[in-house]
Write a protein of this length. Sequence first.
Length: 398
Amino acid sequence: MVNKSARSIEISTARKCAFLETDGGMAGTAVFTLCLPPPVHGQAMVNASVLRTAQSLVASDKIEIADIGPGQQTPGLQYHLTRMNRVARAAFMIAKGRVKSNKQIYTVFESGFGIIYNIVIVGLARMFKYNIILHHHTSKHTLSRQRSFALLQRIAGPSCLNVVLSQQMAVDMRLMYPNVKKVLVSENACHIADNDVTIQPNTLLHSLRVGFLSNLCAEKGLDVVIDAAIKCRDLGLEITFVFAGPTVGQEAEEILRKGRNRLGNYIEILGPISGEAKSDFFKSINVFLFPTRYRFEAQPLVILEAMSYGLPVIVTDCGYIAELVGRHGVVLDSDDCLPDRIVEHLKKIVASDYDRSMAIDVKPYFRYLHSRATEQLNQLMNSLFAVESHDLNGPSTS
């Protein structure tokens, strides 16, 4: 079973809507080899959500679980020793199941050094004739060709089903790696609760609360938000900027310290938040700001969370964010003028006597994304459980 930390993740799955289309025998055992919380981050949260959905659909003897995450270890020697030990146990589990028929393995592509663990797991799975399902939560290898993934794909073989997060990501994977034969799109929205929030208008006209939730660092746009806040204050705009999330690195701590000294009560700094505190954060703000500079963003859960509360979002065009937001948010290029352009949009919002009821169209769009992702998750579950091994073909793009 999933450990207590995984169970405690406050994330909704579409399991109640999922079903298996069995017109033949069910697939055999599915081995889940993946990183589960802790630590709590987007990939681990989705991993736990997919696993819980599977557990809700089939008997416990159909699922085996190998948590290959680092636990609470921070990057370093002990981190990798922990992971190597867990990968070794996962390898033993895979080898032990070699005598079973009609068996699947579900695992997640990892960037950086983590691909070594992928090669071990996928290589063993191929050797022992498992059907391989490889889920992709990162986009560096689909936005630029990576030799490491090309190698992994050759090891996995043409029967490997690659699960990606968006239609454009599927297109890019096929362009970068023509040997990839099977791709299934499974978006992230179904892993976010549909928060039924009663929208209250602002009680103070021309006031605004702008929220920023992320790992607080320059790569995620911390300095951009501080610069935008300074410009808004200098213009006399009645805006409060609310910062939430852990501060990452000494540089980020210095940026935040200088911002606090210069802006005083113009900003609020909440630190790491979860559970009710996170819900209260989203309910307390009017606009969500996510000016990331990270070029390889895929489908950040925090943007989906903001939209689930009916919040308009101002984001940067990094990775697949523009595809995710569509016409239901402001998408800006990430360049040196970014703080000025953020301020321009905030000025328009303040001048319009904005209240949250004006963002009501964001909520139906999130529900559309949620419904679509639920159907896609159901396809993933059927790929795992509702087909015989020789039928595990998957759609070319779906």
